[in-house]
Write a protein that binds this ligand. Structure first.
Ligand code: PSU
Ligand code: MN
Length: 300
């Protein structure tokens, strides 16, 4: 993979069989406000390290794919203007154009799996949007997860989405879903989405056992979603969530925002209209996921 630069630290860990956790960069560049985003990005890497794994943040810089970023590279992704949002299908044009961009779940899963990384942490997955029958907006995350053998630790799917429809799509696509310490699918900003999950694991070892069983069954071609809820003490107040989300969705429609811009718009709207409370819930969720992903990678 000449186009991809795997950092020395990540390369060494992978070849020695030490635990590595992939981290996406869209949440940094487009999901969190500056300059807090840089603080969180560094914090996530620190959490992975203190749980005993090597962090591999994925991004594209000047047309080169990076798996594992140095400090100054992380800073560019967080602070530089013109950093694009790259789904998996955007990688080739970005590389060809020499562009810089942050990778979404779809692009990160694709690149991390190809580098040999088995565990990936994010905040909330993309999925089927509300009004999807009209807009046809379904995140590319789902299709790539159907084709990529990686375990993704997340706080469910973003609650701005149609959660039941997204769960249905995950089932159709053959993407495994297990709840971590819960039999309810997490609701991203909220501890629970209210939707049930069929399987529950209760420790990093139990999660690792599922991953090993998938390998043993010869079933590593789709992803496993390990859905880890934000602790109730850190969730967004559910009433506030529902009220502000309704306003956010209305505003999104009124302003005609579509495509890649929808998710960043909704996340930013919620942050502003909850006076930062949704941001804190989001950060708490991602922190928990980075830590758990590291523990699972170590248990593997
Ligand atoms: N999780 C977060 N914040 C985010 C995202 C995930 O806590 O910003 C990003 C991920 O990169 C995910 C993307 O892949 O949002 C989904 O965007 P879309 O709905 O346009 O596919
Ligand atoms: Mn979309």
């Amino acid at each position: 993979m000449l186009l991809t630069e795997v950092s020395e630290e990540v390369l060494e860990a992978l070849s020695a069989g030490r635990p590595v956790v992939a981290l996406e960069s869209t949440i940094i560049a487009h999901g969190l406000p500056r300059p807090r985003n840089l603080v969180v990005a560094a914090e996530l890497e620190g959490l992975v390290r203190s749980a005993g794994a090597v962090p591999a943040t994925v991004a594209v810089l000047d047309g080169r794919v990076h798996v594992g970023l140095a400090e100054d590279q992380l800073e560019r992704i967080a602070l530089e203007g013109g950093v694009r949002k790259l789904g998996q299908r955007d990688l080739a044009p970005a590389v060809a154009a020499g562009a810089s961009g942050a990778t979404t779940v779809s692009a990160t899963a694709f690149l991390a799996a190809r580098a040999g990384i088995r565990v990936f942490a994010t905040g909330g997955l993309g999925g089927v949007h509300r009004e999807w029958t009209h807009s046809q907006d379904e995140s590319a995350d789902l299709r790539i997860l159907a084709q990529t053998g990686i375990a993704v630790v997340c706080a469910g799917v973003k609650s701005v989405l149609d959660v039941p429809a997204t769960l249905q799509r995950l089932e159709t696509l053959g993407v495994g879903v297990v709840g971590y310490g819960t039999d309810l699918f997490p609701g991203f900003y909220l501890t629970s989405s209210g939707e049930p999950v069929d399987w529950t694991v209760r420790s990093p070892e139990e999660a690792a056992a599922v991953i090993r069983a998938r390998d043993a069954l010869g079933d590593p071609r789709s992803a496993l979603v390990i859905a880890n809820p934000v602790p109730e003490s850190h969730q967004l107040d559910p009433d506030l969530h529902d009220r502000v989300l309704r306003e956010a969705l209305d505003e999104c429609t009124e302003r005609g925002i579509v495509g890649q811009a929808v998710t960043p718009f909704l996340l930013d709207f919620l942050t502003r209209r909850t006076q930062g409370a949704s941001l804190e819930a989001n950060v708490a969720a991602v922190r928990g996921n980075a830590r758990l992903a590291a523990l699972i990678a170590a248990a593997l």
